[in-house]
Structure formats: C-alpha cells, structure tokens
Write a protein that binds this ligand. Sequence first.
Ligand code: F3S
Length: 286
Amino acid sequence: MEIIRAKTAGFCFGVRRAVETVYKQLEKNGGENTGIYTFGPIIHNEEVVKDMEKKGVRVLRTEEELKQLEKGTVIIRSHGVAEQVYREMEANGLEIIDATCPFVKKIHNIVKKESGEGKHIVIIGNPDHPEVEGIRGWAGADVTVVQTPEEAEKFSAGEGKKVCIVSQTTFNYNKFKELVEILSKKSYDVSVLNTICNATKERQTEARSIAEEVDAMIVIGDKHSSNTQKLFEICQNACKDTYYIQTLDDLDLNQLGSVETVGITAGASTPNNIIEEVQNNVRIIF
Ligand code: F3S
C-alpha cells in the first residue's frame, strides 16, 4: 500500500509558534506551581490542551477570570486579543507573553493606524471568532464586522467617511471578493487589504489533490476544529472513502482493508506526533 501524507498537514506556522512558546515556558518554569496561564485554549486540540494542563498550565476562559488574576504569566494565543486586554493584564501586573501570530498582529497594526486616521474599519469575518473579536478591539468606535452579502448590502459608513476593509485570516477568498465587490459599489473611498493567510488555502488545495488520487483518505483533527471540518468536506467530495478521526483510536484499520493508496492530511491544530502515529500504524498493518 502506498501512503501519501500531505506536506501541509498539521500545525501552521502561527499555531506551531504558539504551542512551542507554551512548552518553552514550561521548561523554564516547570513544577507544581508554574503560574503559567493561556488566555483561551492555546489551540483547538483537546490532547494538546490536556497535556499542557497536566504539566501545570491553566486555561483562562473568560475576561472575568483574567481580571481576577493577580499574579502569573499569561500567554496570548495565535488568534490575538483586543488592545484593552493587554491594558488589563498590565494593570494587574501580569507578565505577558505574546504568541499572537505575526500575520494577525499585522492586521491589528493596520486597523489601529487606519482607524486613527479616521477611517471606518470593516472586518470581513465571523463576528464570534476570537480572532475577529481581537481585531475589532484595535479599531475605534467606527468598526463593522461583515460576514454575509446581506450584511454587506446593509452596511453604511456614514457621510464622507473613508472605509478600510480587512479580512479574518482564515476567511474564504471567493467570499471575501464577493463581499468587497458589494461594499465597493457603495461609492465610498475604500481601501482593501487582503489579509487572508495562505496556510489554510494551501492545506485545502493539497488535500483536494491528494484525495482525488487515492482510494481512501484520512483527515485528522479535533471534532471542534472548523478548519478540519472544512478539510474533511473537501476530501469527502473528492474521495468517498474519507475518514475523520481525532486520534489513531478512532480509526478502524479493517475499513482500509482492500485499498491500495491512502492519503493523510490534518487540520491546523493537529500535532505532528498524532499524525505520525496514524501514519506508522497504517504502514504497519499493510
Ligand atoms: Fe497565522 Fe495563518 Fe496560522 S494567520 S495562525 S499562520 S492560519
């Protein structure tokens, strides 16, 4: 049997950097009472978060919890946070380790600058996603999140206002283009900054082309990870024998009995050791 593993399977640059930041911090301050916190789970992967918790990392789930913290080191995850969250942490005397992905940080800087120049900021993305909440928190009062064509149609920036459009890093490029077209027709002075990150697109393109070639496809990732769900959909459209698993335990190797080629890919928050374990076991069986 031949196994084709996607080169882009697993962590993107920003997630790898954030996860490594936590482990580096644990090396420095390991032990019973590490005083290390992450603001939100560092990635959407239960295995990794549990492992970190076992080693003494605590996850702060709300801003309230953060406000109540009086001592410790808080690691900001790759999604980034609003400017005001930094201020709150500073006011509490907490040590901040910033693992915001540099591509997200770039959006914060753009939004702050353009907003400072009086522009109305439009963020194209999902308003409930933590990355978008974070970006929003770098703009002034004039900020709108647009996710659907209907919302774009309804948008109004106010008389004579200049508009600056940015995007959530993981937003779909075609949808982004469609929304920008609607917004641009509104005859505002509009500047558009395509801030979509290519990591997701590259992973999806590679997954599709592998799935088209193989007899069976395995997609590894947390059930709650939206980018893994999307990857699964893409692979399933190209290869009807596609399996969505979180870890090796979910894979019934008998199902792969008669296939000759198997493709493997994984979502952005799937650690390498989980991918390798699946790959090695599929290889051993056949
Ligand atoms: Fe950063 Fe792109 Fe990953 S924005 S966190 S490298 S998907």
